[in-house]
Ligand binder design. Sequence first.
Ligand code: NAP
Length: 250
Amino acid sequence: MGVLTGRTALVTGASRGIGRGIAERLGRDGARVAVHYGSNEAAAKEVVAAIETAGGSAFVIGADLVSPGAAQAVWAEFDRHADGLDILVNNAAIGASAPIGGITEEELDAVFTVNVKAPFLLVQQGIGRLRDGGRIINISSGLARTALMPDLMAYAMTKGALDVFSRDLSKVLGPRGITVNSVAPGIIDTDNTAELLYGEEGGWERAASLSALRGVGSPAEVADVVAFLASNGGRWVTGSWVDATGGSLT
Ligand code: NAP
């Protein structure tokens, strides 16, 4: 029996990268996992298969979070598989990298829609399904607290907004024993950072030198932090911003 046996979790953007790592870890801990994807159904099905092979239980939910009505679509599909939720991980996000003069209004709309509006609407429309004692974990970024990469300003702004959401929502849901926290990774080895890490000679070493631990994080390292917050051991942590940057902000 895992520490999350009997719980149901939904992880957005779980077809790849950090979301996949979180989904697989929560599955290993015994939760039944809704593996949400945006466009990559085959990859999401692979994640379900990996969870099942490890002895767990999972199902897929597809919805493009840019589209109007995405949150309703997610919950409608969720309701076909489960009758309540214990852990919601808002992980799906997109980037927007350009100097301030280079970012278009459409790009700005998209990054705020996926990274801020979607988590807000998923919570607003899903809250009735979240059982007392549940968990909401929002995946933020170290960039919410450093100006190290100003071309990612719009992306960083969305994470700042998400952090305010975590903080204020913790007050709203605290009376029900529901905790709400942000987990902020630093540079993690995913598709998102492939160009930075592997696109140029020395990219990995430069990224690693930013961290006090002199490394680049893995999805599993972020998943371990999320798993703690999701577990009973995390019950007295709420409204927090958990630094999972390997000491990149020190
Ligand atoms: P990733 O490898 O780019 O994966 C992104 C995930 O989000 C995919 O599962 C993707 O689904 C989903 N997604 C993207 N756009 C979507 C949309 N419009 N609708 C629905 N789903 C969508 O990202 P990652 O690097 O693992 O990052 C995961 C989280 O960690 C994000 O919140 C990110 O901001 C945060 N973070 C990452 C790093 C890092 O260094 N990697 C650092 C700090 C914070 P499909 O592929 O199926 O479309």
